[in-house]
Write a protein that binds this ligand. Sequence first.
Ligand code: BDR
Ligand code: CA
Length: 322
Amino acid sequence: MSGARRRLILDLDTGIDDALALAYALGSPEVELVGVICSYGNVTMRTAVRNTCALLDLLGRPEVPVLAGADRALAATEAFAPPAGVVRIHGENGLGDQRVGGLCRCAPGDGLALLRAEAQRAAEKNEELLYVPTGPLTNLALALGAVPGLSSALGRVTFMGGALAVPGNVSPCAEANIANDPVAADAVLRGGLRTRMVGLDVTHQAVLTREDTAAWRELGTPAGRLFADMTDYYIAIYEKNNPHLGGCALHDPLAVAVALDPSLVGCLSANLRVDLEGATRGRTVCDPERLRDAEKSCEVALTVDAPRFLDEFRARVTRALA
Ligand code: BDR
Ligand code: CA
């Protein structure tokens, strides 16, 4: 392995906490963001592309490639459109209905082409590529079947999704990213790839308050203002739906943080599967058929050093917004 900055690809369904994950990545000097592949979930894939381009422009990084990914779940026949409940959480435009300028640079390349090139580069240089999905696992499931050598280039993939020991957030059992494409998530979790699950077990312990957003506003930059207003919109929904949290959950930025520094979480090693039918559809659960296997493919985060994560979050996001 070389001592160069690690190369990072994000896979975002660019709503509010995905935007925070993007800012976290851009404020992290130890990684180089080499592309963002877009997905559907909080918004349509096309809107995710538009939002990502606009945010990269705002954050002063317009050169980062934005790539189109899947616009629907593996088993879906039509492109995904966010249901009313999701629109309430992330706004009509996915960014808390804040106006984000610079929507001009929207000719996305192909996500699979980027992964092919990066997998080849990683093999040649004997490096590991960081890939962090914070939406449904559709892009990853498709890429594993289409890109030779991807699995070994990726090493262990940290993803945001799932809930092992806590309730779901779209049903009593299911978390949103997994529920949006349970077939893809099941294929990834049972396909031999090494993964690290950053699910609701830990993301509901990582909470941002209005004090933090006020500090961003005081930076006096367009990015600071936009991120403060957008995140206040998200916090307001949490105040209604999850008042016990006292702020909003930092789902997606925690996944990026853990990908960069796995020591932020304590994990259970397990082999997982996803329920595909009935009332528990979308549930992430230990796979009874692989319970006794000595090899466990997934590290499931169950504890988090939330104060240390929040310190990192504040420092890195402030760097990106300043
Ligand atoms: C996940 O679902 C999406 O709405 C969020 O962006 C996050 O990735 C939380 O369940
Ligand atoms: Ca997301």
